[in-house]
Design a protein around this ligand. Structure first.
Ligand code: AN0
Ligand code: CP
Length: 318
């Protein structure tokens, strides 16, 4: 694995999950693999889990970890080529990336969709420049269109909790006051489609995601019907993808909030969310605090997914 930006880089999913389970039994098993190797984690956006779990994964492998918050203390970066730089951005990303690459052995990048240009977002303009100009293995810590470390942790969690061979997984849109990227739902869909599990996506009309991620998943506009018989409910808000509403909020309909009444329609489903989550918008206090809520072990598995990815990047590149 040269870079890690999507499910396409991970190879066989069973192998990846087995490697995760093996690592989880003893996270220090490979604690010299990363000796004298440095991870640089670059954040263009806020983070709690990704920031901490990725550093912890690096430390477990014996790596050093350095973190840069681009918008706090670094020079503001120009990302467009050809611009006359007489504005508020003193540095160009085309110098910044190779400089950052020269200080480390592996680079993690978090760069959300800007919702200004759908083409730039869906071309992964920022992430791809890191791949092109850093000279180092690059992995996504949530880019414009995908969040593969999250989806991998989600899959590990599903494998740990599933009670049947082929569980029914329902990804449900839920209301939120701010425009959120499609990266988490796109990526979750892409990973779950690869498992062959029963997969239903439910959202109000107008919230259709890009088919390149949702594939043959069943789209059900009736949330109650979607929840029937579910083994896992994966809640998430996202802004509209389709034109001309790209990046817009079309609905804040609180009847889509995941509550106990809806969970009662399921097969005693586990509740999942990538976090951070807004209570009583996405999910009620009651559901997120219930024994069926597995959001904390799901977040804990972020260390494991990051560790498998860093281990493979170290092994295959050094
Ligand atoms: C981000 C999102 O929805 O993509 C990060 C989730 C992991 N969430 C927020 O910005 C609240
Ligand atoms: N789930 C997730 O990626 O959380 P953070 O945005 O806090 O990193």
């Amino acid at each position: 694995m040269k870079h890690f930006t999507s499910v396409h880089d991970i190879g066989d999913l069973n192998d990846a999950v087995n490697e995760a389970f093996e690592l989880k039994q003893n996270v220090f098993r490979h604690n010299t693999l990363g000796k004298n190797k440095t991870l640089l984690a670059i954040f263009f956006n806020s983070s709690l889990r990704t920031r901490l779990s990725t550093q912890k994964a690096a430390l477990n492998l014996g790596m050093n970890a350095i973190v840069l918050d681009v918008n706090q203390g670094a020079w503001k970066l120009e990302t467009e080529r050809g611009v006359i730089m007489d504005g508020d951005k003193p540095e160009h990303i085309l110098e910044a990336i190779p400089v950052m690459g020269s200080y480390c052995d592996i680079i993690g990048v978090r760069s959300f969709a800007g919702f200004e240009s759908k083409k730039d977002d869906y071309d992964e303009k920022i992430l791809n420049q890191f791949i092109k100009y850093s000279g180092k293995p690059v992995f996504s810590m949530e880019a414009a269109t995908r969040h593969p470390l999250q989806s991998f942790a989600d899959l590990i969690t599903i494998e740990e909790y599933k009670k049947t061979k082929r569980p029914k997984i329902v990804m449900s849109w839920a209301p939120h006051p701010k425009s959120l990227p499609q990266a988490v739902p796109n990526s979750f869909a892409e990973w779950i489609n690869k498992t062959g599990y029963e997969f239903v996506i439910t959202h109000p009309e107008g919230y259709e995601l890009d088919r390149q991620f949702t594939g043959n998943a069943k789209i059900e506009y009736d949330q109650n019907r979607a929840f029937e018989g579910a083994d896992f409910v994966y809640a998430k808000n996202w802004a509209a993808y389709g034109d001309p509403n790209y990046g817009k909020i079309l609905s804040m309909d609180k009847s889509w909030t995941v509550d106990a009444k809806k969970m009662a329609l399921t097969n005693n489903a586990y509740f999942m969310h990538c976090l951070p989550v807004r209570r009583n918008m996405i999910v009620t206090d009651e559901v997120i605090e219930s024994p069926q809520s597995i959001v904390i072990p799901e977040a804990a598995n972020r260390v494991i997914s990051a560790q498998v990815v860093l281990k493979r990047l170290l092994t295959d590149n050094y």
